[in-house]
Each structure stands twice: as C-alpha cells, then as structure tokens.
Design a protein around this ligand. Structure first.
Ligand code: NI
Length: 167
C-alpha cells in the first residue's frame, strides 16, 4: 500500500492542466492503485491525479457506503449534460471547507477503464457532482474558484490558520 502526499490549496501546482494518458499500462494501473489507497485512507470520495502531483488525466471515485465500489475514469470527457444542481462540495486539497457549487444535474461521461476499454456512463446526483469536480482538477480548477472573491479570501485565511496550527 502506498500513500501519496495530497497537494494542499493554494499550491499553484493544482492549476496544472493534466495530459491525456496515451496507453493504459502497468504504470497507470499502479498509479490508480496508489491513488485508491490514498483516497480511502484520507478518507475521501474522489481523487484526481494532479492532487497527488501527477499530471495525467486519471480520476477515481467511490461514493458507496461500504467503500468497495471504486470507479476509475481515464481520459474522462463529459459528452452530455443537462439540468442544474446546487450541491455542497469538499475536497481533499481544501480540508475543512464545504461550499455550495452549481453544476449540471445529469451528465454522460465517456472514459477508459483500467483495462483501456472505452465506456460511457450516465450519472446524476452525487456521482455526477463528483465526476464534474474531479474532471475540473484535470483542467487545473479547484472548486473554491467558483465562489465569490470575498469567500475565496475567507477560505484562504482559514486555511492559513489551519496550516499554522498543524505546524
Ligand atoms: Ni477535489
């Protein structure tokens, strides 16, 4: 089991745009395994590779209660979206902060699985929110950047205070 360090907002590396995965090989499957160990240990419901300092288009999600339904999306692309939903979000890179973000209510995502096979998934509810949140990380976007400037400043101040307390 390998736990990877999770970058903490406002680390500028979180704004890196991730590159597509050219081949789903053992290296990528190792990355997925390490990301899953890291996400479950945190604990969190989703993780994107850039959060662990790897700039490849890989995200993982598990919103199940028993924490045994890992979903892996490699080179994910949202091919359809509809509706509007406001949902409170959090992020392992922004600990202790939960804020409402407006996103599409239903999406269709196309991606590769860990065997490199293409699949399409229709998602709504929490799963749709998570997929959109994690894909944003691949574009270098952290959810707090959807909030007002004032809210972002408050969050930065709170994070600074938290980080001082850790040290
Ligand atoms: Ni996140």
């Amino acid at each position: 089991m390998a736990l990877l360090p999770i970058l903490q907002y406002p680390d500028p590396r979180l704004h890196t745009v991730a590159a597509p995965v050219a081949a789903v090989n053992e290296e990528i499957r190792r990355l997925v395994k390490d990301m899953a160990d890291t996400m479950y240990a945190a604990p969190g419901v989703g993780l994107a590779a850039p959060q662990v300092d790897v700039y490849r288009r890989v995200i993982i999600i598990d919103i199940s209660e028993p924490r045994d339904q890992l979903r892996v999306f490699i080179n994910p692309e949202i091919v359809a979206r509809s509706g509007v939903s406001d949902c409170e979000e959090g992020c392992l890179s922004v600990p202790g902060i939960f804020e409402k973000v407006t996103r599409a209510e239903r999406i269709t995502v196309r991606a590769l699985d860990v065997q490199g096979a293409s699949f399409e998934l229709n998602a709504d509810g929490l799963l749709a929110v998570c997929i959109q949140h994690e894909i944003d990380h691949l574009e270098g976007i952290v959810f707090v950047e959807y909030l007002s400037r004032l809210k972002q400043q408050r969050i930065l101040a709170k994070l600074k205070k938290q980080q001082r307390q850790v040290m």
